[in-house]
Design a protein around this ligand. Structure first.
Ligand SMILES: C[S@@+](CC[C@H](N)C(=O)[O-])C[C@H]1O[C@@H](n2cnc3c(N)ncnc32)[C@H](O)[C@@H]1O
Length: 207
């Protein structure tokens, strides 16, 4: 793994939730908590890029028997998540990237505001890797931005400028994640929209 891919969100980790709240109010946490109630007991759940993890409390409270593997590239974000979450005996923290997914099959994969960090070819490869790490019939819950209206494009441009400026990302354009995920052996089952349609939470089922 390239060291450069790690810890790029460290600088903004302490302020991340505050900035998100200032810009989006409670829309992002609503999108993150959406569909977690569909995760059944004893599920093995893989979270990629979970950030400060506040949203995970809902899942761990609703579901007393699931286990979570939390793969996160930022050491500081993992530190924040450990502070925010009480149920650390049911979470296995892994400081790494999607290239460090544990070698096992999961019931559920969760990515919130994760697929927006990759180019389309990168995301095609990640989708294939997630497919390989999910059991047949398993689900992938995605919450992320979409670009369906003029003002979505304007806000996205500003957000990418910000993340480029703080050194967290190099990408400048949102990939068409829904098209890529659906073309790689996943079927869309549930879709909810937030922040006037700028954020979608979608559950995909692996075929
Ligand atoms: C935009 S933030 C979203 C955080 C959180 N999921 C949320 O919804 O608030 C992206 C997170 O993914 C992490 N990250 C970036 N690249 C990653 C990778 N390749 N694998 C795992 N985590 C990654 C970053 O450190 C950061 O915490």
């Amino acid at each position: 793994m390239e060291a450069l891919k790690l810890n790029r969100f460290d600088r903004i980790a302490p302020f991340y939730d505050k900035i998100a709240g200032l810009v989006f109010g409670n829309s992002l946490i609503k999108a993150q908590e959406c569909n977690l109630e569909t995760i059944t007991g004893y599920s093995n759940v893989l979270v990629l890029g979970g950030g400060t993890g506040k949203w995970l409390t809902k899942l761990l409270k609703l579901n007393s028997s699931c286990t979570v593997w939390y793969v996160e590239a930022s050491k500081e974000m993992i530190g924040q998540a450990k502070k925010n979450l009480d149920f650390t005996d049911r979470i296995i923290f892994i400081h790494g990237t999607h290239e460090n997914m544990p070698q096992q099959k999961f019931d559920v994969v969760i990515t919130h505001f994760f697929v927006d960090m990759f180019t389309e070819p990168e995301l095609e490869s990640i989708t294939q890797q997630i497919h390989n790490h999910l059991k047949s019939g398993g689900s992938w819950v995605v919450a992320d931005f979409v670009n369906n209206k003029y003002w979505h494009g304007v806000l996205l441009k500003l957000m990418y400028l910000f993340f480029n400026w703080v050194g967290a990302l190099d990408l400048k354009v949102l990939p068409n994640w829904d098209r890529i995920i659906q073309s790689e052996y996943f079927e869309r089952t549930r879709l909810s929209s937030f922040y006037k349609g700028f954020v979608n939470t979608v559950t995909y089922i692996r075929s």
